[in-house]
Design a binder for this molecule. Structure first.
Ligand code: ACO
Length: 412
């Protein structure tokens, strides 16, 4: 019997979760509670399974997402996740078939783009995705930072207090909404996200209660949240505890500085590790010796696949006034065309044109340039974008690049 790819129904949930766990190399059999918790967050109409003789061997699902773009707009995008094909069925085009179905549905729905976090770099370029944000992980050796650890609370009258999970669920979503309005690359967090982060829903990935700390401004506004765990370690009667940051979001520099400074000052903690930060994170600059913050990983995080080029380019703002003609190639057709972008700090107009192109680029390269993290000049030098008119790549960079780099703090 030929391999069947279809959306799943309630009766498929346990085999579907089993197949996903198999693909992700975790113990295959889920317990009932995990299946129920996962099912509550799935839209079955957007959840595909691949079935071989009735056995689920492939998983794929998507969900609605809001992505903040430069300027603060938050267009609807199609977020893809839980992609697996069992090792017994890999490299037979199963992923390609599920991806084709999902992208067609997203285009039909009018989503401006599709997004995902790639398990491995080589998988998604062929489907028109390009790496659009960079993620950084640091290990901070506090004793080498020359930081004054005498800490008497935040500057300017703000305050830092511990919070329980319920308080985080009360204040976190509003704080995150404010962050989303000001930082491009950030994606929305659902109520479920906050429940998982605070232990209110059992996480399939396991959960250990962390410490939550809120920063309040002098006016009493919650402007920052820090969530961290601690790994206990003592050597020769000396504390060498490690704080592992799970989340640090702030909507003012004062809040950001206060939360880092607080964490760097906690007794017994000599090392702080943090992942999924922006590559231009403020944190190293808060240390008298920034070399004490060692960059342990720097890699792509959010991948973006343009589906509606005019809608996407019109959603963001630009660093300068200018125009650009882009010839976008896309074997799947969704983003293909020649577009005139007339851009400026207040927004842009983008429409099909017959004018000569300034740059020729694939959908994935446009995905990489869109949030401002990548440089067109660099992609031309690497051979993945063609400059049709001298100076066009530098002009594209003047328009597209952003003062702060995009940051996607969440893996989904
Ligand atoms: C958003 C997320 O969920 S990311 C998680 C992705 N999942 C994983 O990494 C789990 C482990 N891996 C898997 O489950 C599978 O190998 C998948 C999903 C990555 C690929 O599924 P497959 O059905 O084998 O992919 P498919 O056969 O459609 O491959 C299409 C093309 O991509 C290539 N490809 C697929 N996966 C990879 C990979 N990991 N590395 C390099 N190339 C790859 C194939 O070689 C093929 O190339 P070709 O057309 O030139 O022959």
């Amino acid at each position: 019997m030929a391999l069947e790819i279809r959306t799943i129904d309630d009766g498929d949930l346990t085999p579907w979760v089993t197949a996903m766990r198999t693909g992700f190399l975790t113990a295959p059999t889920p317990d009932k509670e995990e299946v129920e918790v996962r099912a509550a967050g799935m839209d079955l109409a957007r959840t595909q399974g691949a079935f071989d003789d009735g056995r689920c061997v492939g998983t794929f699902r998507s969900h609605p997402q809001r992505l903040t773009v430069p300027g603060g707009a938050q267009p609807a995008v199609n977020a893809i996740t839980n992609v697996t094909v069992s090792p017994t069925h890999r490299r037979r085009g199963v992923l390609s078939r599920m991806m084709a179905r999902d992208l067609a549905a997203a285009k039909e729905r009018g989503d401006a783009a599709a997004t995902l976090v790639a398990a491995e770099y080589p998988i998604y370029g062929r489907f028109g995705f390009g790496p659009a944000t960079t993620s950084a992980a640091w290990e901070v050796h506090i004793t080498r930072s020359a930081l004054d650890r005498r800490y008497a609370g935040p500057e300017c009258g703000g305050r830092v207090d511990f919070a329980d999970g319920a308080t985080v669920r009360e204040h976190g979503p509003g704080l995150h909404e404010r962050l989303r309005a000001q930082r491009h690359g950030v994606v929305d967090r659902t109520e479920r996200w906050w429940r998982f982060a605070t232990g209110d829903l059992p996480s399939p990935m396991g959960w250990k209660e962390p410490f939550h700390v809120l920063y309040r401004s002098p006016e009493g506004r919650v402007d920052g949240l820090l969530t961290y765990g601690v790994e206990d370690q003592w050597t020769a009667m000396q504390p060498e505890n490690k704080a592992v940051v799970r989340d640090l979001i702030a909507v003012s520099p004062a809040a950001e500085r206060a939360l880092w400074h607080y964490l760097f000052s906690v007794d017994w903690i000599t090392t702080v590790t943090t992942r999924d930060r922006a590559p231009d994170d403020l944190m190293p600059l808060l240390l008298p010796d920034p070399r004490a913050a060692r960059l342990t990983t720097q890699a792509d995080l959010l991948w973006l696949r343009p589906l509606d080029v005019p809608a996407l380019l019109e959603a963001r703002t630009y660093a300068a006034e200018g125009s650009l003609v882009l010839e976008v190639t896309d074997p799947d057709g969704y983003a293909a065309g020649r577009y005139l972008l007339e851009a400026g700090p207040e927004g842009a107009v983008c429409s099909a044109t017959s004018r000569d192109a300034d740059l020729t680029l694939g959908a994935g390269a446009l995905g990489s340039l869109y949030l401002g993290d990548e440089s067109a000049v660099r992609l031309v030098a690497a051979g993945s974008v063609t400059e049709e008119r001298p100076g066009a790549a530098a002009r594209a960079d003047l328009l597209l690049r952003t003062p702060r780099r995009p940051w996607c703090p969440d893996i989904f």
